[in-house]
Design a protein around this ligand. Structure first.
Ligand code: FE
Ligand code: FE
Ligand code: ZN
Length: 337
């Protein structure tokens, strides 16, 4: 575990113990400096202290990065989002725009003022860590290394990626190749946590079971720099029954991976039935998972403090509606009261 991460004021602890202290400090209107019992992050959190620090839903959606960071921050604010995702470059791959430090500075000031608390950058879809061809794996490695370099401009955030498709080499080889890529690009001094996304198992995708995700994490040397992003559409399509057995699914996640390794949730409905291995996202409440099950997801005690990212097929107004809908349903207990 590294103990020297630079902490931005808007950075948040993810573990229960630290949130408890934060709540207490908020009540006593004090600043504090404690290490998180799980990740050993340390920092002074006075800037984040406010009435709603603990009990507000952290939700946002995938935004276009074409206009830069400040533009994304402003759009998030318009949508009433306090977290957001974006592609680090064209989702189909290709060259990334160089970072404009002025834009980043303006964004960080804007984010602090407007309480935007987390970025969850998404690697391009074409990045396949377990491709068979050397040239494709080199592309994946160089792309991820370059993305992580650029994400150092906004330290303390997340970068999620698809662990890839083994294209006939077998799941075991896929796991080894994916872990090898992480071991090649992760740096002890980086300030971004890299998240393996849980996948639906479409085609030859790896990461379709919690055990496969765990197997990847187990092979990563700098393990405090990696975690998991859980996609509700993907695990539903992968066969996990988050509609009728959410508690059991999360208990299994905890057993197999450890709930402390979960840093973010992609909140999506699914067009297809459980176990279909299709990966077609639906709008919230318009798919086979349904609104009520997704409301239980955002309110679950093991999940409620995480950033929730919508990757639903929506335009600007559609996202604003989904965010408002879910904010309105946050704080309900399990019985829907
Ligand atoms: Fe994804
Ligand atoms: Fe996703
Ligand atoms: Zn998906």
């Amino acid at each position: 575990m590294s103990r020297d991460r630079r902490i931005l004021p808007q950075m948040r602890f993810h573990c229960e113990g630290a949130f408890f202290v934060l709540e207490k400090a908020a009540r006593e209107n004090k600043s504090f400096d404690i290490p998180c019992g799980i990740c050993y992050n340390r920092g002074t959190y006075i800037d984040m202290i406010g009435e709603n620090v603990v009990e507000s839903l952290h939700i946002g959606n995938h935004l276009s990065s074409a206009g830069g960071y400040l533009a994304m921050g402003k759009e998030a604010k318009e949508l009433d989002a306090d977290v957001f995702a974006f592609f680090t470059r064209n989702p189909r791959g290709g060259k990334a725009k160089e970072i404009d430090p002025k834009d980043v500075d303006a964004f960080l000031t804007f984010a602090k003022k407007n309480k935007i608390v987390r970025l969850v950058a998404h690697a391009p879809y074409t990045l396949n860590p377990c491709a068979e061809k050397d040239s494709l794996r080199t592309f994946a490695r160089e792309t991820m290394a370059d993305d992580l370099r650029r994400l150092e401009f906004t330290p303390g955030n997340y970068y999620n990626f698809h662990p890839g498709s083994h294209v006939g080499q077998g799941t075991q080889t896929g796991i080894e190749l994916c872990a090898a890529l992480l071991n090649a690009v992760l740096r002890p001094t980086q300030h971004t946590t890299v998240l393996v996304e849980t996948m639906s198992g479409k085609g030859s995708e790896i990461g379709k079971t919690f055990a496969e995700v765990r197997a990847i994490l187990d092979r990563v040397e700098l393990s405090d720099h990696v975690g998991v992003c859980l996609d509700t559409c993907h695990i539903w399509d992968g066969g996990y029954d988050i509609v009728d057995h959410l508690d059991d699914v999360l208990a299994e996640f905890d057993d197999v991976i450890g709930i402390d390794r979960l840093f973010a949730v992609h909140l999506n409905d699914s067009l297809n039935p459980r176990g279909s291995h299709k990966d077609r996202h639906a709008k919230i409440g318009e798919g086979q998972i349904g609104l009520e099950a997704l409301v239980r997801v955002i309110n679950h005690p093991l999940l409620r403090r995480l950033p929730f990212i919508l990757e639903t097929p929506n335009d600007h107004d559609g996202y604003a509606r989904e965010i408002a809908l879910l904010r309105g349903r946050f704080g309900e207990d399990k019985n829907g009261k």
